[in-house]
Design a protein around this ligand. Structure first.
Ligand SMILES: Nc1nc2c(c(=O)[nH]1)N[C@H]1C(S)=C(S)[C@@H](COP(=O)(O)OP(=O)(O)OC[C@H]3O[C@@H](n4cnc5c(=O)[nH]c(N)nc54)[C@H](O)[C@@H]3O)O[C@H]1N2
Ligand SMILES: Nc1nc2c(c(=O)[nH]1)N[C@H]1C(S)=C(S)[C@@H](COP(=O)(O)OP(=O)(O)OC[C@H]3O[C@@H](n4cnc5c(=O)[nH]c(N)nc54)[C@H](O)[C@@H]3O)O[C@H]1N2
Ligand code: SF4
Ligand SMILES: [Mo]
Length: 825
């Protein structure tokens, strides 16, 4: 057995993990020595060992639908790119990259595009994520520098979480906060979010403000600190739809706390005035002096594992490289360092405008690396149309099928987590190594290697002649130090001459934020959001993350354990709005905006304000039909940062009453006929449509020579298909969705021959005898279901810790504790 220390590839907390490989089996545990997590992991991190299989992986290059070898794929990509550049110029080419690339990959892509192709059209999914935060910091400090560390969260007196559901999205940092509050009961926590989220569990005060109104709240606080009466508490209360008392409490806590820290993420950044909101937050810290000392500061948490590394190399279209900008001195310096005569002189296209330019035919070639824009960009129908019309789409991917790769002319197979080797930087500027512990599968290659080979094809091989990622890292570090003279806080000179051995062994390294000589309070005029609510579209749709899925689900969606918590697209709605729209809990609904439609399961929830809906961002064409929230979201962006307003879209909702609904389990799921209007995939397919599917399923099973067992009672029908005593398929349908004993059905597929006596119960989807179903899984670490937990509560367990003792739920990563408390209430 070998053990490798590496870094989790999911969120920006950047936890250290230890991976052990024994034959085929990969085991994961938290790295006790890593300063981000000291051994802790969340559910996603703990399940990493279940994501390293090769199911669905892209393992060979593909050109025009045919598998080819590397020389042919690279030659073809090079030729097509050269032709486009020769005919239309470098501005006709763009890269769209990702905060999930390693720093070395990112550096290589940025250098090729800006330095040698000679246009700055390299943007990334960080545009959808961090770009407002970057503008905020740059306007305040002159440089994109994050002035806080995780320790500050633990050593504060007041922790304010704004637009952050950290309990689900930065779980280990959240657990550190919970522990710190436990150790210091004086500590106060405020959560600011229109929804009552799992994060509110740790909060002493939850401000369920009106969507998009945060700037009013912070400008009011600034006015109070500065003794300027413009945004008074009553005015803020009206603007934010909060009571003067709650606002007064928050302001009072902030002003009197010796130390205060504000953590903010997508509820702030993803807004048409996100940059201003970031500055409104930074302002109160600068004005109150709760800044640049322990336990204080405006702390933007990064989402992706290497969003920060991307910012360090300068991988956004409006940054140059290494915290340098499109200014004469910087341009000359970077050109000198790279030995380039073609360096792009002006900023390039930002994500949303980039896809608009593709749609208009101005950009004719796009190379997408490590992101899935057909799902994650707003107005996804328009994005898909743009990709379909683009003459050259190149995709570097780990998976064979994604919503984006469907449009690719050329697909490059990239190494995935556990196979690739490089560095990432987390939210607190800590550089950690991602190390390979698995062999490279098939013909997959590192992303930097693919970029360097294409550079060679384009005639720039000399500047990309690296043989190992350590050389790239050192080049990047050297650029940060190059002619720096203390002008740029990002200065990695200590790392620029690491030997390969030293780089291999590099321990987590945090770079110094510096002294912040510039501290600008940027004037902010609060605005809310740009969604146009009217009679046709009367509700605001909010979107975001769930605990156990990662983005477009390409990795987490295939892990059964991670599908247990929430396994389908849903929409949360207040009881009042549900009543108005004649919606009942657990039925299907259609949500529509002027851009598109989605279908989701209704969850009536007291956590939701009236007039507002919430849907997850994760589902896409691989896991559902009509499950994509970005089909509805408009491409409205912040004028300074270019970041889309993904959190506020005007929509309407109505019941969708399909004539038939069913549940299909099969060893291999069939492609469905078009009469199925909606489906979603987890361990089974849940389907809905205008016509019953039973006869289609029976024909499908008979054609394979399987033995059928059919039942029909009232409007309910079901069929089981057997082959040599093995259960091949089971289908249950009715006018409404049949309630089934899912765990029992799964056992029947996975276990030895099903007893004849059990077959009858199975045909009716029920567990024989008295056995009860554990119900919806709440604790993914130990697979503890809602029914089991309710029984234990009925049996006398009266606290989350009592449930933990009895059932183990909540005792590993702790992410489900807020839900356990919800059930206890
Ligand atoms: N489980 C999981 N964790 C993740 C990810 C994942 O895919 N899955 N992705 C990672 C990435 S890339 C990112 S960027 C982070 C994002 O982390 P978060 O920002 O914490 O996640 P979101 O769920 O997108 O949004 C956070 C909250 O913003 C709230 N919100 C919406 N509108 C407003 C508003 O007007 N004001 C305020 N104050 N709040 C508002 C939403 O209700 C939501 O609860 O998560 C990272 N961690
Ligand atoms: N409505 C709405 N939309 C949103 C958001 C929201 O809150 N609401 N959040 C936005 C935010 S913050 C973000 S960060 C984005 C995320 O959105 P995306 O970046 O589109 O989401 P991912 O699923 O992480 O896409 C990563 C892709 O890279 C592939 N991949 C994984 N590892 C590698 C690798 O090593 N190399 C290569 N070449 N490929 C790899 C994966 O299979 C996957 O297809 O979504 C944004 N979109
Ligand atoms: S908190 Fe983030 S980095 Fe840590 S294990 Fe969970 S997903 Fe990975
Ligand atoms: Mo993100």
């Amino acid at each position: 057995m070998t053990e490798t220390r590496t870094t989790c590839p999911y969120c920006g907390v950047g936890c250290g993990v230890v991976a052990s490989v024994e034959g085929e089996k990969v085991s994961i545990r938290g790295d006790e020595t890593h300063p981000a997590n000291f051994g802790r992991l969340c559910v996603k991190g703990s399940a990493l060992g279940e994501t390293t299989g090769l199911q669905g992986r892209l393992l060979r290059p593909v050109v025009d639908g045919l598998e080819v070898d590397w020389p042919e794929a690279l030659g073809e990509a090079g030729k097509r790119l050269r032709n486009i550049i020769n005919e239309w110029g470098p501005q006709a080419v763009a890269f769209y990259a990702s905060g999930q690339l390693l720093t070395e990959d990112y550096y290589a892509a940025n250098k090729l595009m800006k330095g040698f192709i000679g246009a700055a059209n390299i943007d990334t999914n960080s545009r959808l994520c961090m770009s407002s935060a970057v503008v905020g910091y740059k306007r305040a400090f002159g440089e994109d520098v994050v002035p806080c560390s995780y320790e500050d969260v633990e050593n504060s007196d007041l922790v304010v979480l704004v637009g952050s559901n950290a309990a689900w999205t930065h779980p280990v940092l959240y657990q550190r906060l919970v522990q710190a509050k436990h150790n210091n009961p004086q500590m106060k926590v405020v959560a600011i979010d229109p929804r009552k989220t799992a994060t509110c569990d740790v909060a002493d005060l939850h401000l369920a403000l009106k969507p998009g109104s945060d700037a009013g709240l912070f400008v009011g606080l600034l006015n109070l600190i500065q003794g300027n009466g413009e945004w008074t508490i009553p005015r803020v209360a009206a603007f934010c739809d909060l009571s003067p008392e709650e606002i007064g409490t928050f302001y009072d806590w902030f002003v009197t706390a010796p130390r205060a820290i504000t953590l903010y993420t997508m509820g702030i950044n993803q807004s048409s005035s996100g940059s201003d909101k970031c500055n409104a937050i930074i302002n109160v810290h600068l004005a109150s002096g709760k800044f640049n000392r322990p336990g204080c500061g405006p702390f933007s948490l990064t989402g992706q594992p290497n969003a920060m590394g991307g910012r360090e190399v300068g991988g956004l279209a409006n940054q140059l490289a290494a915290h340098m900008n499109f200014e004469p001195d910087d341009l000359a310096r970077v050109a000198r360092f790279w030995g380039s005569e073609r360096l792009a002189q002006t900023p390039g296209l930002m994500a949303v405008e980039l896809f608009d330019a593709i749609a208009r035919g101005e950009v004719k070639a796009v190379w997408i690396m490590g992101t899935n824009p057909a799902v994650s960009l707003p107005d996804s129908h328009a994005v898909c149309q743009a990709l379909a019309a683009c003459p050259l789409v190149i995709v570097s991917e780990v998976m064979q099928e994604t919503d984006t790769s469907r449009f690719a002319h050329i697909r490059f197979p990239a190494l995935g987590w556990g196979e690739k080797n490089g560095t990432v930087t987390n939210s607190e500027r800590r550089i950690s190594r991602q190390r390979a512990f698995l062999p490279a599968p098939g013909e997959a290659k590192p992303d930097w290697w693919i970029v360097a080979r294409i550079a060679e094809q384009l005639g720039y091989g000399k500047a990309f002649a690296w043989e190992h990622p350590q050389e790239i890292f050192c080049e990047h570090a050297a650029l940060t130090a190059y002619e720096n003279n203390g002008e740029r806080a990002l200065n990695l000179h200590e790392l620029a001459s690491l030997t390969r051995e030293a780089w291999d062994d590099l321990a987590p390294y945090q770079w110094r934020a510096g002294d912040f000589p510039q501290r600008t309070v940027v004037p902010v005029e609060p605005s809310t959001h740009g969604a146009c609510v009217n009679e046709l579209y009367p509700l605001i749709l909010n979107s975001g993350r769930i605990r156990d899925q990662w983005h477009t689900m390409t990795r987490t969606g295939y892990v059964p354990r991670l599908m247990q918590h929430i396994d389908e697209p849903f929409v949360e709605i207040s009881a009042a709005d549900a009543a108005r729209a004649a919606l009942t809990d657990a039925q299907l609904a259609r949500i529509s905006s002027p851009r598109g439609v989605m279908v989701a399961r209704v969850r009536i929830s007291p956590a939701q304000r009236a007039g507002e809906l919430f849907a997850p961002m994760h589902w896409n064409a691989q896991f559902a039909r009509q499950g994509k929230v970005n089909a509805l979201v408009e491409g409205r962006v912040d004028a300074c940062s270019g970041q889309p307003e993904s959190k506020q879209t005007a929509v309407r909702i109505m019941p969708w009453l399909p004539a038939w609904q069913g549940e299909l389990y099969a060893r291999e799921l069939p492609a469905l006929p078009p009469s199925v209007c909606w489906w979603r995939k987890a361990s089974r397919l849940t389907v809905a449509g205008d016509r019953p599917l039973l006869s289609w399923i029976m024909a499908y099973a008979s054609a394979r020579g399987w033995q059928l067992q059919v039942a029909q009672t009232g409007e309910r029908s079901s069929v089981l298909a057997w082959h040599l005593g093995e259960l091949m398929l089971g289908f249950w349908e009715g006018h409404t969705l049949p309630a089934l004993a899912h765990a029992f059905i799964e056992e029947a597929f996975n276990s030895a021959p099903v007893q004849i006596a059990e077959r009858h119960a199975l045909l009716h989807g029920q567990r024989p005898g008295e056995g009860t179903d554990p119900g919806r899984i709440i604790c993914s670490c130990f697979s503890v279901g809602e029914n089991t937990i309710r029984q234990a509560i009925a049996g006398g367990c009266d606290s989350a810790s009592a449930l933990g003792v009895k059932l183990r739920c909540g005792t590993n990563c702790g992410s489900c504790v807020p839900e356990l408390k919800g059930l206890l209430e």
